[in-house]
Design a protein around this ligand. Structure first.
Ligand code: BG6
Length: 492
């Protein structure tokens, strides 16, 4: 396979929240990788902005450490590291006062002719104040784009308020709401699989598909992010964005083209067709859980409340939902969604289970005929498996057995899988919004989530406990087994 590197136009990436976790773990390493690949033009610059607890020299030490920690040694030659460090400058500025903004404006003026990408790697509370200042200091003009991280809000009303605040300064076509799942290689492969192959589309509907499972399981806990996580929980942190976006890509109609609005129009229709969850307290539809001490990620681990270290909490670290898309294509096909922290393993996949054959021509001795399954593995080990029934090879009569047609992308192509942020940040520079969430999409997703949050806020019962290192509370298993189906742990 050939990988192609198409250089982008000169740009300045201004990172607000530059000393934070996201900047150090994701943004700097992603930009470094693109630099190493030769994709950054000579004029590309990064301006790191944070509240002034550091200075240029100290920031460069931090940035170098971030690269050393998050980029494997064999992928970082000293020459590229030096070139990359030379692109970074640091400015101390505040989001909620004018301190540092004149300096920022001057720094950008000195780099005129570049596309300005303002990346708000901060909490959502600062989105409004930063945008307001970008406008007031004359930095939001034609070549400027703003990137905001999830969560956009904590419910529909706060999302609308944030979108209003951003929209007062930036027109929608220059607002990039990141959902990093859309930048994952396999997620884009889902579109290739569906729309570049004639094989699946005729079968991609309720007549041929029995149900869909989407699992995003993590073995890690909240990892020092308990302060944020406890205000969010699994539903806001993962379902409102990542999981619903995956559901949209599975369920949407083929867009006429791959341009941003054609794709986003189709995703929006799916979100609007989601059947409202009438009773989120019924364990037949929604199950929420919270982990207790157990063993995960290779050793004993404490429970969520101990990790949080402060009193009680009704925040869910696991959620499973039976969702339905009410339209002609999907009527009656359940979409079982689940995600959680401290589960048995780190695995994210989408499993499409086709309907069983209408009649078996085989004797009972041949064994059961299992329905075909298409498994799209997002991580780890990205790939696609198609499970088929075959005759068990060799003598012994006709005995049936299921086997996967297995394509592991790493093995098949032997290329490094770029991190989602590498593609997404450069898509902002390219002005391509296809893999970003439009305002109406975010708000439609909240419209489906809000009633669940409302019901939980009135609930007398806390989330169901589950032992760390398992697949979540037993109610999650009951949620699907009640319908005569089973979670496909590990895809098959
Ligand atoms: C983030 C969530 O958006 O996605 C985290 O806030 C979660 O809680 C992470 O761990 C998972 O991302 P990935 O790419 O590791 O699957």
């Amino acid at each position: 396979m050939t990988s192609r590197v198409i250089p982008v136009a000169p740009f300045v990436l201004v990172v607000f929240g530059a000393t934070g976790d996201l900047a150090r773990r994701k943004l700097l390493p992603a930009m470094f990788q693109r630099d190493a690949a030769g994709q950054l033009p000579e004029a590309a610059r990064i301006i790191a902005v944070a509240r002034g607890r550091t200075d240029q020299a100290a920031y460069l030490v931090q940035a170098r450490k971030a690269i050393e920690t998050h980029v494997p040694a064999h992928e970082r030659g000293e020459e590229v590291v030096a070139r990359f460090m030379g692109r970074i400058s640091y400015i101390a500025a505040e989001a909620e006062s004018d301190k540092g903004w004149v300096e920022l404006k001057a720094a950008l003026a000195a780099l005129s002719g570049c596309i300005n990408v303002f990346y708000l790697a901060t909490g959502p509370a600062l989105f409004g104040p930063i945008c307001e200042r970008l406008g007031r200091f004359g930095l939001s003009g034609g070549n400027a784009r703003v990137v905001v991280e999830k969560p956009v809000g904590k419910d529909g009303a706060s999302a609308r308020a944030l979108n209003e605040a951003i929209g007062r300064v930036f027109p929608e076509e220059r607002v990039y709401r990141i959902d990093h799942y859309l930048g994952k290689e396999t997620v884009q492969n889902l579109m290739a699989l569906r729309f570049a192959n004639g094989l699946f589309e005729p079968l991609w509907n309720a007549a041929h598909i029995d149900h869909v499972q989407i699992t995003v399981a993590e073995s890690l806990g909240v990892e020092g992010r308990a302060g944020y996580y406890d205000t969010a929980g699994a539903l806001r942190d993962m379902v409102q964005n990542h999981i619903l976006q995956l559901l949209c890509l599975v369920a949407m109609e083929p867009p006429a083209r791959l341009d941003a609005d054609s794709v986003r129009d189709e995703k929006l229709k799916v979100l609007r067709a989601l059947k409202p969850i009438a009773d989120a307290l019924s364990s037949h539809t929604v199950v929420r859980g919270q982990y207790r001490a157990g063993a995960a990620a290779g050793g004993p681990v404490v429970g969520y409340l101990d990790e949080l270290g402060a009193g009680g909490s009704a925040t869910e670290t696991f959620v499973a939902i039976k969702a339905e898309v009410e339209n002609w294509r999907w009527a009656g096909v359940p979409f079982y969604l689940r995600t959680g922290k401290r589960l048995a393993e780190r695995v994210s996949d989408i499993v499409i289970t086709f309907r069983p054959v209408p009649h078996s021509v085989f004797d009972e001795s041949a064994g059961p005929i299992e329905p075909n399954r298409l498994v799209i593995r997002l991580q780890p080990d990205e790939g696609v498996q198609l499970w088929l029934m075959i005759k068990d090879p060799g003598p012994g009569g006709m005995r049936l057995r299921k086997v996967p047609m297995d394509m592991s992308f790493a093995t098949a192509f032997g290329v490094r899988n770029p991190d989602a942020y590498e593609r997404l940040v450069l898509d902002v520079v390219r002005g391509n919004q296809t893999l970003f969430m439009r305002r109406d999409e975010v708000e439609a997703a909240w419209a489906w989530i809000d009633p669940i949050l409302d019901a939980w806020s009135q609930a007398a019962e806390p989330p169901k406990p589950y032992t760390a290192g398992t697949w979540g509370p037993s109610g999650s298993i009951a949620l699907i087994e009640r319908d005569g189906r089973t979670w496909m742990d590990g895809g098959a």
